[in-house]
Design a protein around this ligand. Structure first.
Ligand SMILES: CC(C)(COP(=O)(O)OP(=O)(O)OC[C@H]1O[C@@H](n2cnc3c(N)ncnc32)[C@H](O)[C@@H]1OP(=O)(O)O)[C@@H](O)C(=O)NCCC(=O)NCCS
Length: 300
C-alpha cells in the first residue's frame, strides 16, 4: 500500500542516501524553506519524494523521484495527487520535452487533471569550447557593438550593484513595456531564485533600457530565465550589452554550462537567436509545463 505524508529535509537525506545529487539537494533545501517535502512509502518502505517551492503566487514542483525498484507502481501518481489535492494555491511543473521521463510525466499530469501550457524554447550551451567560441564572436563583432552602445551612453550594471531607482523602474513598469508574455517581477523579489551577481540591467541616463535575469542552480551552470529590452529600444541591440555583461560575470563565476529559455519566437527573439545564441548553442529543445488549478472546472 502506498502512503504519502509530509516530510522534512532530514528524512529526505536519510531515506534517499545514495540517490541524491547536488541538484536534488538544492531542490530539497529550497523546498524546506517555504515549499513542501512530500514522502511516499510502499508498505512502510521509503519509495519516493516530491519537492515543491512557492513561486509566482503558486506552488511549483521542483523534483519528483521514485527509487528504481519501486517504479511503475503508482508512487509518482500518489505523490502528485496528494500535492494537487492539498495545494493552497495552484500546482505547476515544467520540464524539457527532451527529458528522458517526459512521456511518463505527460501521461501522469494529463491523467491527474493538469492543464498543458504553451512551452518555451530551451537552448543549451555546454560544449567544452563555449568560451573560446564566445571570445571569437566578441572579437569579430561583439566588442564593437558593446563599444558603440557604451558611446551612446548605455551602461550595464549587475543586479547586485543596480541602484534602487533602477530596480523600482523595473518593478513599476507595465508588463507591456518589456513585451514579455509573463510578468517577471517575482524574479527579483527577496528570496527569489535569481543570482544577482550574474543578472544585469542596462541603463541610459538612469532609465532602465534592458535586463537579463539568470540564476545558478549549481556552481557551473547558469539558467537565463528572461532577457528583454524596453519596447522603444527593441531591435536596437541594447540587450546585447546586458547579455555580454552577464556572460562575462557568469564566466568569472566559473560557469561552463548555459541554458537560455525563451518564450517568444518574434522578430527580435529570432534575430537574437540567429546572431548571438547560435554562436554558443549546442542543443535546442522545447519545454512543456502543466498546471493544476483546484478551482478550475476542467481539472479532474
Ligand atoms: C519519472 C518518475 C518519477 C516516475 O515515477 P513512478 O513512480 O515510476 O511513476 P508511476 O508509477 O506513478 O507512473 C508511471 C506512469 O507512466 C506510465 N508510463 C511509463 N512509461 C511511459 C512512457 N514511455 N510513455 C507514457 N507513459 C508511460 C506508466 O504506465 C504509469 O501510468 P499508469 O499507471 O496510468 O499505467 C521516476 O521514473 C523517476 O524517479 N525518474 C528519475 C527522476 C526524474 O527524472 N524525475 C522527473 C524530473 S523532475
Amino acid at each position: 500500500m502506498i502512503t504519502v505524508e509530509k516530510g522534512n529535509k532530514e528524512l529526505y537525506f536519510l531515506h534517499f542516501v545514495g540517490y541524491t545529487t547536488v541538484f536534488t539537494d538544492r531542490c530539497a533545501n529550497d523546498a524546506a524553506s517555504g515549499g513542501r517535502i512530500l514522502l511516499a512509502y510502499i508498505d512502510g518502505f521509503p519509495a519516493g519524494y516530491l519537492l515543491t517551492v512557492c513561486e509566482r503566487g503558486g506552488e511549483g514542483i521542483r523534483h519528483i523521484f521514485t527509487k528504481p525498484e519501486f517504479r511503475g507502481q503508482g508512487v509518482m501518481q500518489a505523490l502528485v495527487r496528494y500535492a494537487a489535492e492539498t495545494t493552497e494555491t495552484f500546482l505547476a511543473v515544467g520540464m524539457s520535452e527532451a527529458h528522458a521521463f517526459a512521456p511518463v510525466m505527460e501521461h501522469v499530469f494529463g491523467k491527474l487533471g493538469f492543464r498543458r501550457r504553451v512551452g518555451r524554447n530551451i537552448y543549451r550551451c555546454d560544449s567544452e569550447d563555449i568560451w573560446e567560441r564566445w571570445d571569437e564572436f566578441m572579437a569579430k563583432t561583439g566588442n564593437r557593438l558593446c563599444d558603440t552602445l557604451r558611446r551612446q551612453g548605455y551602461n550595464a550594471i549587475t543586479l547586485t550593484d543596480a541602484p534602487e531607482s533602477l530596480i523600482q523602474q523595473f518593478r513599476r513598469a507595465p508588463v507591456s513595456e518589456y513585451r514579455c508574455e509573463q510578468n517577471h517581477r517575482h524574479l527579483i523579489l527577496p528570496g527569489a531564485e535569481i543570482t544577482p551577481e550574474i543578472s544585469v540591467m542596462c541603463e541610459l541616463k538612469g532609465r532602465l533600457a534592458a535586463y537579463v535575469f539568470a540564476y545558478m542552480p549549481d556552481s557551473i551552470s547558469a539558467i537565463y530565465k528572461t532577457l528583454s529590452s524596453s519596447a522603444a529600444l527593441q531591435g536596437g541591440g541594447v540587450i546585447f550589452l546586458a547579455i555580454a555583461g552577464s556572460l562575462q560575470r557568469a564566466r568569472e563565476h566559473g560557469v561552463k554550462r548555459l541554458v537560455f529559455t525563451m518564450e517568444s519566437v518574434g522578430k527580435s527573439a529570432n534575430a537574437f537567436r540567429e546572431k548571438v545564441l547560435s554562436v554558443i548553442v549546442s542543443k535546442q529543445s522545447r519545454s512543456v509545463s502543466f498546471i493544476y488549478e483546484p478551482d478550475k472546472k476542467d481539472n479532474a
